[in-house]
Design a protein around this ligand. Structure first.
Ligand code: HEM
Length: 321
């Protein structure tokens, strides 16, 4: 098992080193080599400075990438502001707690000053997520670049984002529509090793809570009390997914094994026989989780990418040109 994972990793690195084009034909590792050679460093240092000020932004940047790619593909449509005649994706209930837009704006501004009109916002979002994972202690993966920015951002398109109350059957189907299998679903859900959720996202789990005795037959007692206390403080009150919510590690999977998953959709991954073996494997083997995560997130970053002709390079990430 270890040898086969080592071999897979070496193959992946070799492919990436020689500028392999992964899936989307026009993308490449060295896409901006001539037109904007220092853009990678500009994104990396912008993310680094942002995380030094506020480590919770690592989670925010990773989630931004996910919510971008699952709706209309990785085209930065999630960054577009609503206008008088259009309610954009970012104003949908599923996206209201997204954060990190200002980090993307800062990186874009730096890059525009050096190489105007060259680097897409979609590439910046993908790179910022990559750097956030790395600075939080996760794997480093190189990504192919050359995505173009979309011109459409509509609230109704966000119905494709998964809700925290979904069971594994629906999650498998939903992720399957984007080309991911059950193992990749679990690997990507491992992103919940970073960050937190608000009471609004997990209060459904407290429906059996007996507030007189502080117990819930369906939940670990301490967990039930923590969630209850958080929700007494209001729907916006936040609880971390695991005990090391600033660090990218396998703590999330260990939490699931102890019944401490925060969202119903998290704990469902351990309850269901199709996904439980993968949760167990990742909990016991960081290296396996890291490798599967980086392969799955690379794949996610290629979802329905727009190449020249179907998109543009936005000058301001919040507005179409
Ligand atoms: C499997 C289906 C998934 C569901 C149902 C789901 C749902 C959620 C919900 C409800 C929240 C909390 C929102 C809030 O209350 O503020 C959240 C947070 C988060 N999600 Fe997911 N998510 C899923 C998959 C993913 C994937 C695939 C990624 C990234 C690759 C991801 C990254 C994150 C991160 C990093 C946070 C924490 C954000 C922060 O602390 O600001 N999620 N997710």
């Amino acid at each position: 098992m270890v040898a086969s994972y080592g071999a897979k990793l070496l193959l992946l690195i070799a492919l990436l080193r020689c500028g392999a084009k992964l899936g989307a034909d026009a993308l490449s590792m060295d896409y901006y080599m001539m037109s904007c050679p220092f853009m990678d460093q500009m994104v990396r240092s912008t993310v680094y400075q942002a995380l030094r000020r506020d480590p919770t932004l690592a989670a925010a940047l990773l989630r931004l990438h996910f919510h971008d790619c699952f709706v209309q593909g990785c085209d930065a449509s999630v960054l577009i502001d609503s206008t008088e005649d259009n309610t954009a994706e970012k104003d949908s209930p599923a996206n209201l707690s997204l954060r990190g837009y200002e980090v993307i704006d800062r990186a874009k501004q730096l890059i525009e000053d050096q190489c105007p009109g060259v680097v897409s916002c979609a590439d910046i979002v993908a790179m910022a997520a990559r750097d956030a994972v790395f600075w939080a202690g996760g794997p480093f993966y190189e990504i192919p670049k050359g995505r173009k920015d979309g011109r459409r951002s509509k609230i109704e398109d966000t119905v494709n984002l998964p809700a925290p109350t979904l069971n594994v059957t629906v999650l498998v189907k939903m992720f399957g529509q984007h080309g991911f299998d059950a193992q990749e679903l679990v690997a990507l859900s491992g992103a919940h090793t970073l960050g937190a959720a608000s009471c609004a996202s997990f209060k459904n789990r407290l429906s059996n809570f007996d507030s007189d005795n502080g117990v819930d037959p369906t939940l670990d007692t301490d967990m039930a009390r923590t969630l209850w206390r958080a929700c007494t403080a209001g729907d916006g009150s936040r609880v971390p997914f695991d005990r090391s919510s600033y660090t990218f590690d396998s703590g999330y999977f260990n939490a699931l094994r102890r019944g401490l998953g925060l969202l119903s959709s998290d704990q469902a991954l351990f309850a269901d026989p199709r996904t439980r073996p993968v949760v167990n494997a990742y909990a016991m083997n960081d290296a396996m989780f890291f490798l599967d995560f980086q392969q799955a997130i690379l794949k996610m970053g290629l979802l329905d990418v727009k190449e020249a002709g179907r998109g543009e390079v936005r000058r301001d990430c919040r507005r179409v040109n």
